[in-house]
Design a binder for this molecule. Structure first.
Ligand code: IMP
Ligand code: MG
Length: 182
């Protein structure tokens, strides 16, 4: 597979689509077992998680699952701003609902921690999180997600929904920033 270039930076293949699909299906099996009969509400965090959420939601094959969307922004370019903006709020009443937050990646954990705090105010029955990717070394606040696809080192990645300033979300595979040779 070829390298890709965005904004003058080179990215190399990191996780191939077949490997992503395998983990999505593994997560879906676990989630199906845990949520069968519980009328879960999947809460997809826009924009990054939309591709993962659409694959996961279908793979879970839950008869009574619903999905909704909420929009946050914390990243500017290749680093977290440390400040999370809620751009689009929650449309559903989540009181007594079993909520499964669907994220693309947990980095500092700031977005996840803030969202969990917001949701708790509305008295849901339960709140868990599934993240396709998790950078454990970068976590500064909150708990790790309950369901994780891949644990990765703290490197900048894109593709499969993840972006660099809005670009590269449509790549079917995940790419990592190529380290410069010394
Ligand atoms: P956190 O609040 O620092 O955990 O950041 C979470 C958000 O930052 C994710 O939902 C992504 O949108 C974005 N993000 C974190 N790491 C990366 C990355 O390596 N590539 C692209 N976006 C990222
Ligand atoms: Mg995101």
């Amino acid at each position: 597979m070829e390298e890709v270039t965005y904004q003058g930076l080179t990215f190399e293949p990191y996780i191939r689509r077949e490997e992503i699909a395998k983990q999505v299906h593994r997560l879906a099996q676990e989630i199906k077992q845990d949520y069968e009969g519980k009328n879960p509400l999947f809460l997809c965090i826009l924009n990054g998680a939309f591709i993962f959420a659409s694959d996961l939601f279908r793979a879970c094959d839950l008869h009574d699952a619903e999905i909704s969307f909420i929009r946050f922004k914390s990243y500017d370019g290749m680093s977290s701003t440390g400040e999370v903006k809620q751009i689009m709020g929650l449309a559903e009443d989540i009181t007594d609902r079993n909520i499964l937050i669907v994220e693309d990646i947990i980095d500092s954990g700031i977005t996840a921690a803030q969202l969990r705090k917001e949701l708790a105010k509305h008295n849901p029955m339960s709140v868990k999180m599934v993240s396709l990717l998790f950078k454990p070394d970068a976590l500064t606040v909150g708990e790790p997600p309950e369901y994780v696809g891949f644990e990765i080192p703290s490197k900048f990645i894109l593709g499969y929904g993840l972006d660099l300033d809005g670009l590269a979300r449509n790549l079917p595979d995940i790419f990592a920033l190529k380290e410069r040779k010394q």
